[in-house]
Design a protein around this ligand. Structure first.
Ligand code: NOJ
Length: 576
C-alpha cells in the first residue's frame, strides 16, 4: 500500500555509521549454539496464518507453504502457539494430549515436514509447552477427578471446601486470571480444584514427582522431533502457597478494592505467582533440554514479572534456567514515554548480568502495536516500534502481521466473540479475537488466507484491501520493507548484531537515542522521535570513544532528508 495513503508525512529514521561498510555476519543457523542470541523470533498463531485445506482454520501445511516469505523477511525461528490436540476452549492452551497434533492443524508427519523444510532455510521451530495446566478433557484429569484415591488423585490442585452455613465454599479468595473464583466445585470428589485460567484448564500439582516426570517426557518427545526450543506458557504460575490463605485485595486511591473487568474485587497474586519453587523446575527443564548432542534447545519463558530483579533471577544463578525470559517491561509501556523506555532498556542492558534480553511488543494476548498509534501516525508509530525492537541489543520477538502493520480488529457484537473472556467480560473486556484475525496476504477473497469463499474462523478485517503482504511487496516504502531492512541490519551489521548499547542524550524529553558499538570499533547511532512534532538532535560521541564526524546513513524513512552531520539532525514527527 502507498505509504502516503496511510498517512505517512514527514516521519524519518536515520542510522549512522562512523566506520566503513558493515561486514556480513555468519548466518544464524540453528546448528550454531548461540543462534538465539540477537535472533528474530516470529510468533505464529497457527489458526490464523494460512489455511491450506479450506476449513477456514490455519494449519501446519499452510505455514510450510509460507516459509519462503518468512525466509525473505529474515527471521531465525518461529514460535508456534499450541498445536496439540485440544478441545480449543482456550484455542490450544487447553491440551488433551501432549504427544500429537490436533487434526485441525494437521498430523505429526506434517509437523516433521515443517521442521525439516524450515531447517533448510535456517529457521528453527519453537513449540509452546503448557506446563501449568491441562484441559479438563485430558485423560489425566478425567482419572484424577474420578475419585479421591485413584493413581492420579494427586495430579491436580484439589482442596476441601470451606464450609459456610453448612454449604461448601471455595477455600480462599484467589481469582482466575480470566475472571471470578479460581476454584471449581467437583461433585464427584466433593472438592474444589484450582484453575488459574479457564474452568476447563485445571492446574497441575507440580509438587507431585509423577507430574514432573510426565512433563519432562513430553519435552523430550518434541526435542526428538527436532524443535529448536520451547516457549514455556505461564511458567511463573506452577506453584501455589501451601497455606492456601487469602490474598490481599488490591486497593484504589480511595482505599476500596479495585474491580476488574469481570466485576470481581481484585486480589494480589503473591500466593499464586512466581513462587521460589519455579526456579527448581526451570533447572530441571534445562537439564532435559541440554541432553541433546551438540544441539542447542532454547528455553523461552512467558514471564510477566514485577521487577528487573525478578527478571534477572529467571536466567538462573549459573545460567542454568531460562535462556530468554520475556522482558515485558519495555514493549508494553504502551505509550511513547521517552524516559520510561530509556530507563527500562537501560535496565535490561545493565541489570541482568549481561545476559540476552528478549524484547516483545506484541503477541496473541494483547492489542497489536497500533495501541501506540497517534491520530494519523499509524505507520510512523510502527516504524519507531520496529526500530526500538530490532536496533536494540536484544533477541527480538515479533508477531505475525506486525510487519505489514495489521491493525487490531475486535468484534463489535458480543454474539460474535470467540475468546471466552470476551463473553465473560463484555463490553469492558472484548477478548483477544481482535489481535488474532487471519493474516492479510493479498486483497483477493479471504485476503489469501483461505481458499476462495470459505468462512474463516474469525472474520477477515476490512483493512485487508489496503493492508496486505502483496501490496507491501510492491511498494518500496512499505512497512514490510522497513521490517526487512531492519532485520537485515540486525543480522549483518556488526554493531547492530551484538554491539554494546549505551543510551545517549539522556536528558532529552522527546527523542530516544542510543549507540551500538561493535568490538571492531564500528558504531551506529539510532535516534527515535517519540513526538508528533519535528525535533532536532545533535551528538557528541567523543566520550564514547567514537571518532569521525562524517556518518553514513544506514536507513531512514521514506522522504526523510539526508542528515549532514552529527551536529544537527532534523527528525520529523515520529522520526527516528
Ligand atoms: C498465556 C497464553 O499466552 C494465553 O493465550 C493463555 O490463555 C494462557 N497463558 C493460559 O494458557
Amino acid at each position: 500500500m502507498n505509504a502516503v495513503a496511510r498517512g505517512l508525512t514527514s516521519f524519518f529514521l536515520a542510522i549512522f555509521l562512523s566506520a566503513s561498510l558493515f561486514a556480513q555476519q555468519s548466518s544464524t543457523s540453528t546448528q550454531n549454539p548461540d543462534w538465539w542470541k540477537n535472533a528474530v523470533i516470529y510468533e505464529i498463531y497457527p489458526r490464523s496464518f494460512q489455511d491450506s485445506n479450506g476449513d477456514g482454520i490455519g494449519d501446519l501445511n499452510g505455514i510450510t507453504s509460507r516459509l519462503d516469505y518468512l525466509q525473505t523477511l529474515g527471521i531465525d525461528a518461529i514460535w508456534l502457539t499450541p498445536i496439540y490436540p485440544s478441545p480449543q476452549v482456550d484455542f490450544g492452551y487447553d491440551i488433551s494430549d501432549y504427544y500429537n497434533i490436533d487434526p485441525q492443524y494437521g498430523t505429526l508427519a506434517d509437523f516433521d515436514r515443517l521442521v525439516a523444510d524450515a531447517k533448510k532455510r535456517n529457521i528453527g521451530i519453537i513449540m509452546d509447552l503448557v506446563l501449568n495446566h491441562t484441559s479438563d478433557k485430558h485423560p489425566w484429569f478425567i482419572e484424577s477427578a474420578s475419585s479421591r484415591n485413584n493413581p492420579k488423585a494427586d495430579w491436580y490442585m484439589w482442596h476441601d471446601p470451606k464450609m459456610v452455613d453448612g454449604k461448601p465454599q471455595p477455600p480462599n479468595n484467589w481469582l482466575s486470571v480470566f475472571g471470578h473464583s479460581a476454584w471449581q466445585w467437583d461433585p464427584a470428589r466433593q472438592q474444589y480444584y484450582y484453575h488459574r485460567f479457564y474452568i476447563q484448564q485445571p492446574d497441575l500439582n507440580w509438587n507431585n514427582p509423577m507430574v514432573r516426570k510426565a512433563m519432562y517426557d513430553a519435552e523430550r518427545f518434541w526435542i526428538q522431533h527436532g524443535v529448536a526450543g520451547f516457549r514455556l506458557d505461564a511458567i511463573t504460575s506452577l506453584f501455589e502457597d501451601p497455606t492456601f490463605s487469602d490474598e490481599n485485595y488490591v486497593l484504589g486511591p480511595d482505599g476500596k478494592p479495585l474491580i476488574n473487568a469481570y466485576g470481581d474485587k481484585r486480589v494480589d497474586t503473591l500466593k499464586t505467582d512466581n513462587l521460589p519453587e519455579v526456579q527448581d523446575v526451570l533447572r530441571e527443564l534445562r537439564q532435559v533440554a541440554d541432553q541433546t548432542q551438540g544441539r542447542k534447545v532454547v528455553l523461552i519463558g512467558e514471564t510477566y514479572l514485577r521487577s528487573v530483579g525478578d527478571l534477572r533471577k529467571m536466567y538462573g544463578a549459573h545460567n542454568d534456567e531460562l535462556d530468554l525470559p520475556m522482558d515485558m517491561e519495555v514493549g508494553f509501556i504502551n505509550r511513547f514515554d521517552v524516559n520510561m523506555f530509556r530507563e527500562r532498556i537501560n535496565q535490561a542492558e545493565t541489570q541482568i548480568n549481561g545476559d540476552e534480553p528478549l524484547f516483545v511488543f506484541d503477541n496473541h494476548d494483547n492489542i497489536r502495536w497500533d495501541r501506540y498509534d497517534h491520530d494519523a501516525h499509524h505507520e510512523d508509530a510502527g516504524r519507531v516500534i520496529a526500530a526500538v525492537l530490532f536496533a536494540s541489543r536484544d533477541t527480538a520477538m515479533m508477531y505475525y502481521g506486525d510487519e505489514i502493520g495489521m491493525v487490531t480488529t475486535p468484534p463489535t457484537r458480543k454474539e460474535d466473540v470467540k475468546d471466552p473472556i470476551g463473553v465473560t467480560g463484555w463490553p469492558k473486556e472484548k477478548g483477544r479475537d481482535g489481535e488474532r484475525t487471519p493474516m492479510q496476504w493479498n486483497d483477493g477473497p479471504d485476503a489469501g488466507f483461505a481458499p476462495s469463499g470459505v468462512k474463516t474462523w474469525l472474520p477477515i478485517p476490512p483493512s485487508y484491501e489496503q493492508i496486505n503482504v502483496t501490496a507491501d511487496e510492491h511498494e518500496p516504502d512499505s512497512m514490510l520493507h522497513w521490517y526487512q531492512q531492519l532485520i537485515a541490519l540486525k543480522r549483518q551489521d556488526p554493531a547492530l548484531h551484538d554491539g554494546a548499547e549505551t543510551m545517549l542524550n539522556k536528558n532529552d524529553e522527546h527523542v530516544l537515542s542510543w549507540l551500538r558499538k561493535a568490538e571492531n570499533g564500528e558504531a551506529v547511532v539510532v535516534a527515535c522521535n517519540f513526538t508528533d512534532q519535528p525535533q532536532t538532535v545533535s551528538f557528541d560521541l567523543a566520550p564514547q570513544g567514537v571518532r569521525g564526524s562524517s556518518p553514513k546513513t544506514l536507513l531512514k524513512p521514506p522522504g526523510a532528508a539526508e542528515p549532514a552531520s552529527l551536529g544537527s539532525i532534523q527528525l520529523g514527527p515520529f522520526g527516528v
